[in-house]
Write a protein of this length. Structure first.
Length: 93
């Protein structure tokens, strides 16, 4: 048995005083100094579509067509980014 009880780490004390640490995250667009919401470019989704097209070609035809995968994943990423910008636009007053 330890001679003195364990002290709570100061991080946990400040966390209970401040609140949930998710509230301080900057990507949730709730920072008081942020005037407008910014949409992030869907890089992960574009890479996923690129790899999916390459895998589809490899499994169905036995060859990888990188130019075809680029020609599909580029416009899909731009369309997804446009959708994100449309979704994050400020509401009309």
């Amino acid at each position: 048995m330890p001679a003195h009880p364990e002290k709570q780490h100061p991080f946990f004390v400040s966390r209970t005083l401040i609140g949930n640490t998710h509230d301080m995250h900057l990507d949730d667009h709730s920072h008081p100094l942020m005037t407008s919401q910014r949409s992030r470019f869907p890089l992960a989704e574009g890479v996923g579509v690129f790899l999916g097209v390459i895998a589809w070609d490899l499994l169905s035809e036995g060859t990888m067509e990188i130019t075809k995968a680029l020609l599909v994943s580029g416009p899909v990423s731009l369309l997804w980014f446009g959708f994100r910008c449309w979704k994050d636009r400020p509401p009309r007053q």
